[in-house]
Design a protein around this ligand. Structure first.
Ligand SMILES: Cc1cc2nc3c(=O)[nH]c(=O)nc-3n(C[C@H](O)[C@H](O)[C@H](O)COP(=O)(O)OP(=O)(O)OC[C@H]3O[C@@H](n4cnc5c(N)ncnc54)[C@H](O)[C@@H]3O)c2cc1C
Length: 373
């Protein structure tokens, strides 16, 4: 059987389609990049009464937002105990709570395609288990739900407030809601030049009071001012035919490098392995590789999954040297959002919403807490 190079999510959802921009527009906000982060900003801006347009150079959720593992995790890319060390207990707790609040906003919008079963962090080394114990202790100390886990899926901790979802379905629902709220969306519309109050595309110029660039893996390409300390990284996944195994909990392991979920139809999607081949994955080329396929296949089989592999895909995300996401004004009226260090499903949408509040109100509690300002 030939293996598809597209994400499993593309097979199981009906895509909405949007035209390309072919005229000039004048709006309050132009969002460049319609992954989930950009779409959430579009929705929130429309909800708050702004005239908003969103453009994507490809299709909606054609990049990481539609090709990821579908884990919905509270907090940032740091484990909670590491976040406490890096940011201080108070700031880490506030950020964690903001991400829980973001999930509480989004989950009802995804009814039928989100499962808040809890997510496992398992580890199979003494070092990993010791770190998982610190992770548990820090969450418990600060009153966030967490349980020790020792069962058929390994040993570690269960975070009952986390869950999994269908990434392309989420984006389609966001797009539908955004248009129902009056936003205009365009696909196949590349921003060729972004400057204060103006976004240029091949067939139209958008004049905007605010511009929000939400292009995670391609952030520094669109906003070269953000290039310092930002690295593009390829992440890869494979998926299978339905399998009889019951992986009740979506999981991540090996310090979060490997992660998987089993879909309700029995298919398993698993990603990771970057720790095996670090340097080759610092790239903007989203072609999946044989080396990672072999690693992921072996990882999949170690879970007991025997079903045939049907998909192997990759997408590009951005990492920062200081491991903090970017959500800030880069030029007057031009805001950059991205570089979620590989864990942007919740943080990305939360910061997209926060930036819109910052533009409208001149402040956002989320941004103040996030950046400790
Ligand atoms: C394989 C993989 C697995 C992952 N698993 C998880 C996970 O389980 N949990 C988690 O939290 N995170 C995960 N992530 C990370 C997460 O997917 C991303 O952080 C998040 O989806 C980023 O979404 P976004 O909307 O900010 O950006 P993107 O989805 O990258 O969207 C950016 C959009 O900008 C568009 N664009 C780029 N340049 C231009 C331009 N010049 N003009 C117009 N449009 C442009 C692109 O076409 C794209 O649609 C994973 C990522 C990958 C790749």
């Amino acid at each position: 059987m030939s293996i598809k190079g597209t994400a499993i999510w593309e097979d199981t959802v009906e895509r909405l389609q949007f035209p390309a921009l072919d005229s000039n527009l004048e709006v309050d906000l132009c969002v460049v990049g319609l992954g989930a982060s950009g779409l959430r900003a579009v929705m929130h801006a429309a909800e708050r009464g702004l005239k908003v347009v969103g453009i994507d150079g490809g299709v909606i959720a054609g990049a990481a937002a539609g090709r990821n593992g579908g884990l919905m995790l509270a907090g940032t890319a740091d484990f909670y105990n590491d976040a406490c060390e890096r940011l201080g207990d108070d700031r880490a707790a506030k950020i964690y709570q903001h991400t829980l609040d973001e999930m509480a906003h989004v989950v009802p919008l995804l009814e039928g395609n989100v499962r808040m079963t809890g997510v496992l962090r398992t580890e199979d080394t003494d070092e990993g288990l010791a770190e998982a114990a610190k992770h548990l202790a820090a969450l418990r100390r600060d009153g966030f739900p967490v349980e020790a886990y020792d069962g058929s899926q390994g040993q570690g901790i269960l975070i009952p407030t986390d869950g999994s979802f269908h990434p392309v379905d989420r984006a389609m629902r966001f797009a539908q809601l955004a248009t129902q709220m009056g936003a205009q969306l365009f696909e196949s519309t590349v921003a060729t030049d972004v400057r204060p109050h103006e976004v240029r595309t091949a067939d139209g110029v958008i004049s905007a009071r605010h511009v929000l660039v939400a292009t995670d893996g391609f952030l520094k390409r669109v906003l070269p001012a953000l290039a310092d300390g930002v690295r593009q990284v390829r992440l890869q996944m494979i998926a299978t035919e339905p399998d009889a195994i019951d992986l009740k909990y979506p999981s991540y392991t090996h310090f979060g490098y490997d992660y998987w979920q089993q879909r309700p139809d029995g298919r398993v999607a698993i990603g990771g392995g970057r720790h095996q081949v670090k340097e080759s994955e610092f790239t903007d080329d989203d072609t999946p590789t044989r080396e990672l396929f072999e690693y992921l296949e072996q990882r999949l089989r170690s879970l007991g999954v025997t079903a045939a592999i049907t998909h192997h895909w990759a997408a590009i995300v951005s990492y920062t040297d200081n491991e903090q996401p970017i959500a800030r004004e880069v030029m007057p009226g031009v805001w950059g959002l991205g570089a979620f260090n590989g864990t942007g499903n919740v943080v990305g949408t939360m910061l997209g919403r926060a930036l819109v509040d910052q533009m409208i109100d001149g402040r956002s509690q989320i941004l103040s807490d996030f950046y400790g300002e």
